[in-house]
Ligand binder design. Structure first.
Ligand code: AMP
Length: 602
């Protein structure tokens, strides 16, 4: 550990990337393979490989207490002053701990101690192990032991530089190292293969999460299609990214930080357990609103299909806001009530492994086809929560991936894996339409993906683009309402709204999407009770209800008495916190109109 700590000091002492790489390479070569393997993990700033679930569970306060106890000067004020000056506990340890005569520790001993600490429960037992470790360490070693423990190495070394150093040390190409590390998710394991000249043997391992492919932002539909000619376009769901590993009925979900999160979503594994033998999927876990009136075999068509190809799959339900999902995050135990009240769905949008083959190098077009096949049969059919237990023959019989999970004697819970609907387009106009539709469904915007691109774990490039334009919104007052169409036939779901022009409300638009079924039913009741003029289908209502509406742009128009109309208006939310007087004015409307780019002022 003495050599590693000295190398870290030297790395911290230079800002030159090549110099840092050279120091790491020399250090790795000077060690035994086993030591170099552990060191590679430590140098990437972690006590354990990324894929491992082991955590030290040692808090800052325990470290603080031990440093106070072991410090040369044992008064709290000295430690506080040193900590304030240096700003990190590791550096403070290096300064306050006494020098020793002994040999110090080897990296293998530090690794063994870390594993022992991780495997021990209870603060006092952990504290004893840690005390022993810090006692045996020299101050410089302790400095880096603590830095690794707190994940705060701060020597300007990223894992990518360790990869470069490894390539240099063992005379292999950076590409080979990166590929092996990507597949293994373990820089130590990668080093082992590099040192033995066996990098080509690196194989992806199920239940060891791969890195996630990331997206770059775009500002407009035009830009969204400027990097590649044909795109797969999906809604951008506001949930949490999750990689699903499936093997012989076992299913685990991993988060973007590659932590296992299966426990928080106990209803999801069985939805995937039926996948043919082994698979890795990429997708988003979303709080999901299942359409209440849908029975297990029915499909409903909600609104007109757009030319851009709105699919029936959309009618499986819709995503709820992230705030709904939040209650489900980080839980070890999920109550039956929570399963019932906040159901989730896994919106799968990619497949990385299936049929015994790693698919990441195949173009998205092919991966999408494989994913469609894997999940074929589950769209449009699922089981709704019911009060009585039901066996799942239908699910098996029809080969779909919906499932039922008995959470309580008299209850059946439901979850689904849904193939995230993907559209093909190469036209910015269609992309605009899809964007509007995605936002109207309550999603953040769109993901635009190059159909020819491979899946590049851990990389943010231009093959995946995200479009989530922030649009101006207006607070408006509902002046008139109408009954809806389709499944909204019996409810007042179409709202005409206005803004203030002096003392008068002038209409500016009409919207019928954005509220939940529960909100619409509540509003229907309110509007029925507060109708000022019943014109049959159309009702004028008391101008009390404030809505926040979003839109793509604004036009001058004589359709409404304000002289303006909103393009693609949609309700963001009800604003019960605002009274009608607080709504926006025609002056604000003129301001927004004036601030629009000229090409939008139709
Ligand atoms: P951001 O978090 O804004 O950088 O956007 C990227 C994130 O969007 C991803 O990491 C996913 O969690 C999420 N996301 C939602 N829908 C999709 C989708 N259809 N494809 C890829 N990522 C998605």
């Amino acid at each position: 550990m003495r050599h590693l700590a000295s190398a870290c000091e030297a790395i911290a002492g230079t800002s030159k990337k090549l110099h840092k790489i050279a120091i790491v390479a020399d250090y790795l070569k000077s060690r035994t393979h086993r030591e170099a393997e552990i060191s590679a993990i430590f140098l990437s700033g972690r006590p354990f490989p990324v894929w491992e679930e082991a955590t030290l569970q040692v808090g800052g306060s325990l470290l603080w207490r031990l440093l106070g106890e072991l410090a040369e000067k044992k008064d709290d004020a000295t430690l506080t002053a040193v900590y304030r000056r240096l700003g990190d506990l590791g550096a403070a340890a290096g300064e306050v701990l006494p020098e020793k005569d002994g040999q110090g520790l080897s990296v293998l001993e530090v690794d063994a101690a870390f594993r022992q600490i991780a495997g021990t429960r209870g603060a006092s037992a952990k504290s004893a192990l840690l005390r022993d470790l810090l006692r045996r360490a020299t101050p410089l070693e302790a400095k880096y032991i603590v830095k690794i423990m707190t994940g705060d190495l701060r020597i300007g070394l990223k894992e990518s530089l360790v990869e470069e150093a490894m390539a240099k040390a063992y005379g292999v190409t950076l590409k080979q190292v990166q590929r092996a590390n990507m597949l293994l998710g373990d820089i130590g394991e990668t080093l082992k293969l590099a040192a033995a000249g066996r990098l080509a043997n690196a194989k992806m391992r199920l239940f060891h999460p791969l890195g996630f492919m990331l997206a770059s932002p775009v500002e407009s539909a035009g830009e969204g299609l400027s990097y590649f000619p044909a795109a797969a376009v999906e809604d951008k769901y506001d949930g949490i990214r999750a990689q699903a590993h499936v093997s012989e009925g076992e299913v685990k979900f991993f988060s973007r930080t590659r932590d296992e999160i299966t426990e928080s979503f106990p209803e999801l594994p069985s939805a995937l357990a039926g996948l043919p033998p082994d698979a890795i999927l990429d997708g988003e876990i979303v709080a999901w609103e299942y359409p209440a009136e849908l029975d297990q075999t029915q499909e409903i068509v909600d609104g007109p299909s757009t030319d851009a190809g709105e699919s029936k799959a959309m009618n499986l339900g819709r995503a709820r806001p992230f705030s709904a999902l939040q209650q489900r995050l980080g839980r070890k135990k999920v109550s039956a009530k929570m399963l019932r009240e906040t159901p989730v769905a896994y919106l799968a949008f990619d497949v990385l492994y299936a049929g015994g083959e790693l698919l990441i190098d195949r173009p998205l077009e092919e991966r999408a086809g494989i994913l469609d096949e894997l999940l074929a049969g589950n769209t449009g059919i699922y089981h709704r929560a019911t009060e009585s237990p039901r066996k799942s023959e239908t699910a098996e019989g029809q080969g779909n991936l919906s499932f039922e999970l008995e959470t309580q004697a008299e209850e059946v819970k439901v979850a689904s894996v849904i193939r995230a609907p993907a559209f093909r387009t190469s036209s910015p106009e269609q992309l605009e339409e899809l964007f509007t539709a995605a936002q109207a469904r309550g999603n953040e915007g769109l993901m635009i993906k190059d159909l020819t691109s491979p899946y590049t774990p851990g990389k943010r490039g231009k093959s995946w683009l995200k479009m989530k334009r922030e649009l101006a919104t207006l607070d408006v007052v509902v002046t008139a309402v109408e009954y809806g169409h389709g499944k909204r036939i019996g409810v007042l779901s179409d709202y005409t709204f206005g803004v203030w022009d002096g003392e008068r409300l002038v209409n500016i638009g009409k919207a019928y999407s954005g509220l939940t079924d529960a909100e619409i039913s509540e509003m229907t009741q309110w509007f029925l009770e507060h109708t000022t003029e019943d014109q049959g289908f159309h009702r004028l209502v008391e101008p009390k209800i404030v809505l926040q509406v979003a839109f793509n742009n604004m036009m001058q128009s004589d359709r409404h008495d304000s002289g303006f109309a909103l393009r693609f208006p949609r309700i963001v939310r009800l604003r019960p916190d605002k009274s009608a007087e607080d709504a926006d004015t025609i002056e604000r409307v003129r301001e927004i109109y004036a601030s629009q780019p000229t090409d939008k002022k139709a």
